[in-house]
Design a protein around this ligand. Structure first.
Ligand SMILES: Cc1ncc(COP(=O)(O)O)c(C=O)c1O
Length: 421
């Protein structure tokens, strides 16, 4: 898509923000973020489903400060994310700790009460956590199970089934139950299963919920009582008009809750509190990456537009074939459109996306990639020793820095050379 419209956030233009903060720049539109939070909160209110924001999609102190004021819980999966939440003053009573390979420091933080629930990903981790926790203040755990539901999504973001590393399989339930029952330092609260990302078929969530209830029924027979049941995140977002419509959030949440209610009754278990854990659906729509065009070339039959970012700040296209939309953002153009390939400036042939842009797009122009708030900045690296971009929050006609652009000194901070040479 290309347009004759200049992009703006509220009444602040993209070109103004690019001029003030430089590019690449991730702009978070506060109005869009608030609308997404409100959509999930109101969609879950009548069913009393708990909504947890998956911080891996984008977690900054400022984001955690904003979320603190909402009713959302927060999921962290590392000491870095936990510390971010702590700096924001996010209440531990609303934090869950994830991770498919938790460090001793992370397990210790969980045992010390830095979070309200720890989602345990394996048998060895269960034992390790028990060794850090004390029976006088037992650590609340959810057992992440591998429900075997294979979401129809890219293999890199599929997180259930026997081709994935995640969770505890039903084969190990009795071992897990024994460890939990033998350890007064572990307080079993329930089950969790996240099957993947970019899920646009509500049936996958419902099947996952059903498997969780079945697992809860089995664990009840083994003496464990499930009070919380989290069906994970993965609500798809639509990056281009041509992509499948995203899930109807309200209807999907209602269907999940209904399935849990119906099946719990059928399996004879007490109705648990249901939770969901979306990341991208909350933050992707609020984020827009702004790039400046560095070069434009015709090679064979293809036109390349090279921008001042790429796989270091926007790795999803290279990692799992994401295909963001892009448009000319800094000015109006009414000239004809042509198909171009937007590339980054890394040392790979790093295609970001193919889009139709105005033929007069040239060096210095600002391009905007909407729907890029999730898994861009949070996945950014210093590849090619590029500094990470800045993140700015635009709301109600104001703009405010959330993360300053890194300097070359930041990039080299940990590089000590051979101190003794
Ligand atoms: C355990 C868990 N929960 C939630 C999410 C959020 O997924 P999404 O951002 O697709 O909603 C993820 C993403 O990887 C995850 O691993």
């Amino acid at each position: 898509m290309s347009t004759g419209e200049a992009t703006s956030f509220g009444n602040i233009s993209a070109s103004k923000l690019a001029e003030i903060y430089g590019t690449p720049l991730l702009v978070i539109d506060g109005a869009v973020l608030t609308a997404a939070i409100n959509e999930f909160v109101s969609a879950s209110a009548s069913t009393e489903v708990e909504v947890t924001y998956a911080g891996k999609a984008l977690l900054l102190v400022g984001i955690a400060q904003l979320l603190k004021e909402s009713r959302l819980r927060l999921e962290v999966c590392s000491l870095g994310e936990l510390t971010t939440a702590q700096r924001a003053g996010f209440p531990p009573s609303r934090i869950d700790l994830h991770g498919s390979g938790k460090t001793d420091a992370e397990l210790r933080a969980a045992a010390d009460g830095a979070v309200s629930r720890t989602i345990v990903d394996g048998i060895a981790e269960l034992r390790a956590l028990a060794s850090y926790a004390s029976p006088s203040s037992p650590v609340a755990i959810l057992m992440r199970i591998n429900s075997g539901i294979e979401a129809r999504t890219h293999a890199f973001v599929r997180t259930a089934g026997d081709q994935t590393k995640f969770g505890i399989t039903p084969r190990d339930f009795s071992t897990a139950a024994r460890i939990i029952q033998d350890n007064a330092a572990l307080n079993f609260r329930g089950l969790h299963s996240h099957i993947g990302s970019q899920i646009s078929d509500a049936k996958a969530f419902i099947r996952n919920a059903a498997r969780l209830v079945d697992a809860a029924a089995r664990l009840k027979r083994l003496g464990l009582f499930t009070s919380d049941l989290v069906v994970g995140g993965g609500f798809a977002v639509r990056s281009r008009p041509s992509e499948r419509a995203p899930l109807d959030v309200k209807r999907t949440i209602a269907s999940i809750a209904q399935e849990v209610r119906k099946r719990s009754k059928a399996r004879g278990i007490v109705l648990p509190t249901v939770g969901i854990e979306p990341g991208r659906a909350l933050i992707a729509p609020a984020g827009t990456l702004l790039y400046r065009v560095m070069a434009r070339k015709r090679q064979g039959r293809r036109t390349f537009v090279i921008v001042d970012g790429g796989m270091a700040d926007n790795p999803r296209p290279a990692l799992y074939g994401a295909h963001p939309d892009a448009k000319l953002a800094g000015r109006r153009s009414n000239v004809r459109l042509e198909m171009v390939t937007i590339c980054g400036r890394s040392c790979e042939n790093d295609f970001i996306t193919d889009v139709r842009l105005a033929r007069d797009v040239t060096v210095g122009d600002i391009l905007a990639m909407p729907m890029t708030g999730a898994y861009t900045y949070s996945m950014a690296s210093n590849y090619n020793r590029f500094p990470r971009p800045a993140v700015v929050y635009a709301h109600g006609g104001n703009h405010q820095l959330m993360a300053r652009r890194e300097t070359i000194d930041d990039v080299l901070r940990g590089d000590v050379g051979f101190l003794s040479v």
